[in-house]
Ligand binder design. Structure first.
Ligand code: SF4
Length: 361
């Protein structure tokens, strides 16, 4: 590819009366003096405008199973070319990807690739989709969007893995070329978002309502359950009831196990019983597809027909077993449609995670 620009122009910002410039991409609305970087550290004020410093730069590429995103109702069993950059617009103390998301020196950005090269490689590798993941695509919005457009032109689908912490104007750009998303719903209290993530819950709920009611993006939710922080029955009851009321019963929810990491080391790993409690509670509240994750739980990680109880997709971690859907994505036993994006048969990628080198293209 041609030489990468040191920085890339962006669209969502405006000048303030005191000559600072405000970035309008996410609800942090960083107000920056010339030469300053925002909280995400990958957008900053330069020449009187906000510029992006990670366009075309990646922390590396990996072909993953789509189940790892996690997405259980989107082209099951297929490979997805996954990449991220550096920087994140939340500051979660429990971050499981902190080496990339909190990278400031950009020394993690080993690989470079243009949007067109990513799309070409994804197609050549047989990947059905490209995932914008590891860190959140919100701070690298322009790179993610251009790549998503290039992928769409080659028939490769796009998957955003995001916390949904994006401002109303920018989210239309972020999701326009996305086919699927996994959104982290990190907790269901403003207090948790404020104390643990340095953000707010309300904009995330707005993003979820937007995805459900104003787009065709298939999306699933993930909540990492941290003992003592966001795993009370009362909080999960409120969260799952909200999901059913505002998003409907067909949005899958994943409850995944926490492992002490980054700055949050005072909580133990999540007991499997907590994950099962959350899953059962969600189902009682009307969530039709609730999953446990990051644990060995064939029952909790499989998909079951909400109407007749037939097993639709057997899973163990990322491995797909028995397939109980017909060619139209309906339950083979009772004919009830399983919501999501399905083909006549699952893919055969298996559970491999394969690092790939795009060769600086
Ligand atoms: S995207 Fe980055 S610079 Fe822009 S408001 Fe959010 S944290 Fe600040």
């Amino acid at each position: 590819m041609s030489a990468l620009p040191e920085s890339y122009p962006t669209r969502y910002w405006h000048l303030l009366s005191d000559q600072r410039v405000q970035c309008d991409v996410c609800p942090r609305y960083c107000q920056l003096h010339e030469g300053q970087r925002g909280l995400c550290f990958v957008r900053g004020c330069e020449g009187g405008e906000i510029r992006l410093y990670t366009y075309g730069r990646s922390s590396g590429f990996c072909v993953d199973p789509i189940e790892k995103k996690p997405l259980n109702h989107f082209l099951p069993g297929t490979p997805v070319l996954s990449f991220g950059t550096a920087g994140c617009n939340l500051a979660c103390r429990f971050c499981q990807n902190w080496d990339m998301s909190k990278s400031r020196a950009m020394d993690t950005l080993a690989a470079s690739a243009s949007p067109q090269a990513i799309a070409r490689h994804a197609a050549a590798l047989g990947c059905r989709s490209v995932a914008y993941t590891y860190n959140d695509p919100v701070p690298f919005l322009e790179y993610a969007r251009d790549t998503a457009l290039a992928c769409r032109e080659l028939g490769v689908k796009n998957v955003a893995v995001t916390a949904g912490y994006v401002s109303p104007g920018a989210r239309e750009d972020l999701f326009e070329f996305m086919d699927a998303a996994n959104v982290d719903l990190k907790a269901f209290t403003e207090d948790f978002y404020h104390r643990v993530c340095g953000g707010h819950l309300a904009p995330v709920l707005e993003t979820l309502r937007y995805l459900r009611h104003e787009t065709k993006v298939w999306f699933e939710l993930t909540t990492l359950l941290i003992p003592g922080y966001n795993d009370s029955e009362a909080e999960l009851d409120a969260m799952t009831a909200w999901v059913v009321e505002h998003l409907g019963p067909d949005v899958p929810m994943h409850f995944t196990a926490f492992h002490p990491d980054w700055k949050l080391t005072d909580a133990p790993p999540t007991p499997p019983a907590t994950l099962s409690m959350a899953r059962n509670l969600a189902r009682r509240n009307g969530v039709r597809y609730a999953y446990t994750g990051n644990v060995h739980d064939p029952e909790g990680s499989s998909t079951w027909c909400h109407a007749c109880g037939h097993r639709l997709i057997e899973r163990d971690w990322y491995h797909i077993g028995a397939w109980g859907l017909d060619a139209e994505g309906r339950c083979a036993a009772c004919g009830t449609t399983c919501p999501g994006v399905f083909e006549a048969a699952p893919g055969h990628w298996g559970s491999r995670c394969l690092p790939v080198d795009l060769g600086g293209t």
